[in-house]
Design a protein around this ligand. Structure first.
Ligand code: NAD
Ligand code: SER
Length: 317
């Protein structure tokens, strides 16, 4: 494998904190630079305190570590984004333009740009096709559509090898989600394992596309390592793994924790969820680079409950 120096921006977030460990296992401890606005809870490798809205600070980091690839994870997600729309647009776009420009100017070989199910709007019912008309309802979704289009532009105009996935909501035990509409599907497991009731901010029948963290990481790395000649989608690939409602995940958890109780108090996130599809058609990802999910809802539930039981026992001491 060619020697890569990888920069992960937004490394302390839900995905970044798991991805950095995975990339270090593949490429080597000193080959992966973690960067974030916030200090990490524990420092285990190279870490840079970086505000990616600062183009010069980003360029200095790229030069200092001889970066060849960037995973640009920093963003304000859907629910938090609606609280401060202009700030969200500013941060999501400015950080991405800085990444695109530093890559163009310094000859970086590859970029990973995470997109989202939030690019779809209420015009799609059921399963979203790869080539759907994109009418996002949130500022977060608008920024992701713009990011996808700019990715395509930089690829066509400058030959920058940008690869992107429209992630479903990600379910993880290692890290907590950062202010999205799919966050309930992580929170619910924590409450169930702690033996507490859960109040869901979405209605019981609201279906959304979801994916287990291990699958999301595998998809990301597989796409980044795929032969460029096989990639036919240069805005962002649909990615699918499972789709369920709060009622269905509750029933599944109750198979392992029968006393678990859930009530429903929908808030502003319900409207966001209503505008998103139930699932995505990910045929191009399957055909082009062999994507297949390994985790369905039941396997995810078993993994989440097992890992969180260990985690909370450890905390109790
Ligand atoms: P997160 O909110 O958990 O983490 C984002 C990280 O970026 C945080 O650690 C934050 O401190 C950092 N950050 C914010 N602004 C920054 C800046 N200016 N400079 C440097 N760092 C900054 O998000 P996540 O869930 O890990 O998501 C990562 C990416 O994946 C995002 O682009 C998100 O849109 C996308 N995505 C996530 C999901 C999901 O379910 N988690 C689904 C679809 C897409
Ligand atoms: N999980 C993300 C959110 O809910 C989807 O991009 O915002």
């Amino acid at each position: 494998m060619a020697k890569e120096n990888i920069l992960v921006i937004g490394a302390n977030g839900q995905i970044g904190s798991v991805l950095v460990t995975y990339l270090r296992d593949i490429y080597g401890e000193n080959q992966v630079v973690a960067a974030d606005l916030r200090q990490p809870e524990s420092e285990t490798g190279i870490f840079v305190l970086l505000d990616a809205t600062d183009a010069q600070a980003l360029a200095r980091t790229v030069r200092r570590y001889g970066i060849t690839q960037i995973y640009h994870l920093a963003a304000i997600l859907s629910a938090n984004g609606e609280k401060e729309p202009l700030k969200t647009w500013d941060i999501n776009m400015k950080t991405y333009f800085n990444v695109l420009e530093v890559a163009r100017e310094s000859g970086i070989q590859k970029i990973f740009y995470p997109s989202s199910i939030a690019v779809f709007g209420g015009n799609i019912t059921g399963v979203a096709p790869q080539e759907a008309a994109l009418n996002p309802s949130t500022v977060y979704g608008i920024s992701k559509v713009a990011g996808e289009n700019w990715s395509q532009y930089y690829f066509n105009r400058y030959g920058l090898d940008i690869r992107s996935l429209r992630y479903p909501g990600i379910i993880s035990h290692q890290s907590m989600p950062g202010g999205g509409t799919t966050d309930y599907a992580v929170d619910i497991y924590h409450q169930a394992v702690k033996g507490e009731d859960f109040t869901c901010f979405l209605e019981s029948e609201t279906r959304l596309p979801m994916i287990y963290m291990d699958d999301a990481i595998q998809a990301t790395v597989n796409l980044m390592e795929a032969d460029a000649g096989r990639l036919t989608v240069r805005n962002s690939y649909n990615l699918a793994a499972m789709s369920f409602s709060p009622k269905e995940i509750t029933r599944n958890i109750q198979e392992y924790i029968p006393d678990f109780k859930v009530s429903y108090q929908p808030d502003f996130r319900q409207e966001i969820a209503n505008s998103w599809p139930d699932n995505l058609d990910d045929s191009p990802a399957r055909t082009d680079w062999g994507w297949r999910a390994s985790y369905d809802l039941d396997k995810t539930t078993r993994e989440m409950i097992g890992a969180l039981r260990k985690k909370y026992q450890l905390i109790k001491g």
